[in-house]
Design a protein around this ligand. Structure first.
Ligand SMILES: *Cc1c(COP(=O)(O)O)cnc(C)c1O
Length: 353
């Protein structure tokens, strides 16, 4: 497929001061349309509003998928993406589940490289900043009939970001959710789709009212096994071993989760993917073997958990401070992403190559 490039002739002013997360967007975006049974009309054009009919079916039935990855300015000047092929493969998996047509991953990666090259000046260089990349697919049939759409848009937008949580790498307070559930096996928990987020906002708001940053979800059937945190996978260091919930179909297969598992193995730390119950976590807390807990995700990379609230119990982990392993993992992964540490896993992709 051909990629058309229509450059904007009025470039925006870059943001000054703290970036926050996802508040600013670059000058251009990638768009392609699915119509007449194929993806077509691929173009990079000026970032701007879409004209949508009010009946557009994503508004009503949420046939939608998305991804999140980052671009970094490396210390040697290269512009690097981190494992973008994993994101596009996962987006196609989400698309299959949501009945959205799959796309050519190589072509979209090529388009993303071109887009990042055009808006390269938007990659921030301050410590703990990056260019967040948001690819997404939406169903665009104009009808309020509930059925699979025949028309779609695939869009990629770019946003210069700072840290995801205002806490940065400082520990966050997480509340174990006992009232609501996020996903069950057979549902869409493994897919990156907006509906998973819409359905979790109520719990998120309730937790925020109690002073917590996010919730930790338990499995939807037995309400016993740990699943994941709002936007992150979760890991516990118990007695020297890192344990993370296995992928059973209801949690998201995080790229950061996978990367951290590789890094831990490489560091010689024992890491196990298996079911882990909240009772087991509490038990480890009581007997003093719960050494660290942290979330993993593209947005925050590593987010240490300082306090875990579960019913009337409050577990303070590692004195509420960032643990040595969390810190080391954050430094290792961001070091690889920014080209400061040797990329022995071959994870980074140079947009100019
Ligand atoms: C995106 C996401 C994650 C983290 O995945 P990464 O690929 O590491 O960014 C974890 N859980 C949910 C629900 C997510 O949407």
């Amino acid at each position: 497929m051909e990629l058309k490039i229509i450059k904007s002739n009025e470039l925006k002013k870059k943001p000054e001061g703290a970036l926050g997360f996802g508040k600013y967007f670059s000058d251009h975006m990638f768009v392609m349309d699915y119509q007449d049974g194929k993806w077509q009309n691929a173009r990079i054009e000026k970032y701007g509003p879409l004209l949508m009919d009010p009946s557009m079916c994503t508004f009503h039935y949420a046939q939608e998928t998305f991804e999140g990855l980052k671009a970094y300015k490396a210390v040697d000047g290269r512009t690097l993406l981190f494992r973008p092929n994993k994101n596009f493969a996962r987006l196609n998996k989400s698309n299959e589940r949501l009945c959205i047509p799959t796309f050519d991953e190589d072509f979209v990666l090529y388009a993303l490289k071109e887009l990042v090259k055009i808006d390269r000046d938007w990659i921030p260089t301050e410590p703990n900043t990056s260019l967040y990349i948001r690819p997404f697919c939406i169903a665009t049939d104009e009808t309020v009939g509930a059925h699979t759409s025949h028309n779609y848009k695939f869009i990629i937008i770019l946003s210069p970001v700072g840290t995801y949580y205002k806490e940065g790498l400082n520990p966050v307070k997480i509340m174990v959710e006992t009232n609501y559930v996020r996903a069950v096996k057979g549902g869409v928990g493994f897919a990156k789709t907006g509906g998973n987020y819409a359905s979790s906002l109520r719990a998120q708001e309730d937790a925020a009212a109690k002073g917590y940053s996010q919730v930790l979800w338990l499995d939807g059937v037995e309400r016993k096994y740990v699943e994941e945190v709002g936007t992150m996978n979760v890991m516990f260091k118990i007695n020297g071993e890192v344990i993370t919930p296995s992928l059973e179909g209801s949690i998201l297969a995080g790229v950061t989760r996978d990367s951290i598992i590789h890094v831990l193995k490489d560091m010689g730390v024992k890491v196990t993917e298996r079911k882990i119950s909240i009772d087991e976590v509490y038990e480890a807390y009581l007997n003093g073997t719960l050494e660290e807990a942290f979330g993993t995700g593209t947005a925050a990379v590593i987010s240490p958990i300082g306090v875990l609230g579960w019913k009337d119990k409050v577990m303070t982990i590692n004195n509420g401070e960032t643990g040595p392993l969390s810190k080391k993992l954050y430094e290792t992964l961001t070091g690889i992403q920014k080209g400061e540490i040797e990329d022995k896993f071959n994870w980074t992709v140079d947009v100019d190559k």
